[in-house]
Design a protein around this ligand. Structure first.
Ligand code: APR
Length: 319
């Protein structure tokens, strides 16, 4: 039986890490595409030479030709520019909007049946532009943000409570930006919700708010430290979890920027925004609705408004 084909559009920091993880997890053959000549080819060669050591034998090639992504089963998009210190994700709007148009056209021509995972920022807007340009149906496209934001929240909570990250469950919804909405009623440490932890005095409300705030600014904290780019290990790992859920029909419930079409969460517009979804062989098989408190609903609305504003801003640019 043929191996699945995974096309990685953008062979920069995240793209290279995605390729490595795909190969280590035996997800399929990998094609690294980039506009920069030599980068995808060089990374592919280096990764192929890891094979004998790591024991993987899937093929990995690098290319500057969209024809090589023909019939890909999964396309993960990181093409574009990343943040530098002092920049917000929104500052990337104009440049990356143009890139999404080009990538979408490449997908439309070569692999219109692929499952698309968008990572390029500002995420909630880029995923919409990618759908517009590629024409893939709603259930075949998702933006990766919530898995990463939740992973950041889980990490900080595990450090705070001095427990394994495996015992921390966290939900973060909304747009991938400073308005993201960590859900403290559903997030829990070994089943005990964060709200209960506050009620029983295990953590103060103020301290929890600090952790929530650090989560919201988690990407920026890394940009400030790296100085030359943005985070890539955790973003890549998060997107691979989503790709794996699709390729192995895992039916995993994961937060992701999915297209809201049926008024879920009271969202009446057709809009991509972070919500829990079920990912399996059918792509985005379901948008899962969890109960929100009045405050969480309010915060989600603020986040949705921010996404809507950015959508309007990108439309005004007319790229
Ligand atoms: N087509 C294909 N590749 C492109 C294009 C394009 N039109 N424009 C830029 N690229 C490539 C660049 O040549 C570069 O190799 O995209 C790659 C981006 O890699 P990095 O700069 O290393 O950025 P990375 O850290 O991988 O992040 C990529 O994901 O998380 C987001 O905010 C981040 O938008 C950024 C994206």
């Amino acid at each position: 039986m043929k191996r699945p084909k995974i096309a990685l559009v953008g062979a920069g920091n995240i793209g290279g890490t995605l390729a490595h993880l795909s190969l280590l997890k035996n997800l399929g053959d990998v094609v690294l595409y980039d506009i920069a000549e030599g980068i995808p080819q060089g990374k592919a060669l280096d990764l192929a030479q890891c094979g004998p050591v790591e024991g993987y034998d899937a093929s990995v090639i690098g290319t500057n030709d969209y024809k090589d992504i023909k019939d890909a089963d999964v396309v993960i998009v990181t093409a574009g520019v990343a943040r530098k210190p002092g920049m917000s994700r929104d500052d990337l709007l104009g440049i990356n909007a143009k890139v999404m148009k080009a990538v979408g056209a490449g997908v439309k021509e070569n692999c219109p049946n692929a499952f698309l995972i968008c990572i390029t920022n500002p995420l909630d807007v880029m995923v919409r532009l990618l759908q517009d340009a590629s024409g893939v149906p709603d259930h075949k496209i998702i933006g990766m943000a919530g898995v990463l934001d939740s992973a950041r929240f889980r990490t900080f909570l595990a450090w705070e409570f001095k427990v394994s990250v495996n015992q921390v469950q966290a939900y973060v919804l909304g747009g991938h930006g400073d308005t993201m909405v960590p859900l403290t009623g559903l997030s829990n440490i070994a089943g005990i919700s964060l709200d209960d932890m506050v009620a029983s005095g295990k953590i103060s409300a103020a301290r929890l708010e600090e952790i929530v705030d650090r989560t919201r600014k988690g990407g920026g904290e890394i940009v400030a430290l790296l100085k030359t780019g943005s985070a890539y290990y955790a973003p890549a790992a998060s997107a691979i979890q989503m790709a794996e859920a699709y390729l192995r029909d895992r039916k995993s419930i994961l937060p992701g920027a999915a297209k809201i079409t049926k008024g879920q969460y009271g969202i009446q517009e057709k809009l991509f925004v972070g919500v829990p979804v079920k990912i399996g062989a059918g792509g985005v098989e379901e948008i899962v609705e969890v109960k929100l408190t009045a405050k969480e609903r309010e915060n989600l609305q603020v986040s949705i408004n921010a996404v809507k504003e950015l959508n309007t801003a990108v439309d005004a640019l007319n790229v």
